[in-house]
Design a binder for this molecule. Sequence first.
Ligand code: ADP
Length: 320
Amino acid sequence: MKTIGVLTSGGDAPGMNAAVRAAVRTATGKGLNVLGIRRGYMGLIEKDVFPIDLRDVSDIIHRGGTYLYTARCPEFRTEEGLQKAVANCKELGIDGIVCIGGDGTFRGARDLSERGIPCIGVPATIDNDIACTDYTIGFDTALNTCMEMVDRLRDTSQSHERCSVVEVMGRGAGYLALHSGIAVGATSIIVEEEKCDIKNDVIDRIKLMKESGKQHFIVIVSEAIGNVDRLAAQIEAETGIESRATILGHVQRGGTPTVRDRVAASEMGYHAVELLSKGIGNRVVAERKNEIVDFDIFEALQMKKPFQNELYKIAHKIST
Ligand code: ADP
């Protein structure tokens, strides 16, 4: 192993830069050359790479987004695209790649590893929806952003005695909704993983709380559920409380990464290069019970992540 590539792919997440920095510094410390690959797998297909030295990653640990850029690359999902990427790696002298992203990125890393280019996946997505790991880079920053935004909504919702119905991201997963919902003291949290009867669990709850003196309400809805406008209209019609829908959207992806994300990214980026430098590929770095471990990519992609049902129940009980 003489030269490694580093790429970020799929949805951006705060902390990706910290992972790139850790990977670059670990590699240069071992005397390896590093090539930055721009726009994920697109950069491999288009040979859009540039040498990175240890000083080039100064001043990026605190920046959100990814300075390597990211993209979605449908061509990489075809055999022709993969073969082009493999040929380009050989031509550019790339002996292994650190692939920072979500499970789509890991599928790409698996396909490349199977074709002779060892790759290590580093989990980075604000959704925390990767089964093999307890934690994904970006989750904590996104949660704090959700919390801050909803705290602001709370001020106006309290002043007008309204109900705020807020959609948070998460793709198919409800972790962002659950954790931010708890953090903002939401009246109800609606996620795909848990049954929710709108009449029982939202409307009647709000009515009951109103009777006991509560004057404003926050309902957090996971992206997978959607339809916050319709839900707000229904709440208003059935409770008589003025209700407003807000979709937080891409604001949740940005911002300065938190300590949690910078530390996780640094550890994971380091671990990825430790593996690659030993010639090990086709692995995903993960955090399990506060320890950094790694799994075969194929096995990691088969795993199922259990939802935190107990935490959901607690949230329900304490928001009365
Ligand atoms: P994320 O990594 O955040 O889950 P995507 O699902 O968009 O984001 O995947 C990022 C990129 O990974 C895709 O644009 C594509 O280039 C590559 N990719 C995704 N799925 C596959 C697959 N099944 N096989 C090969 N490459 C894939």
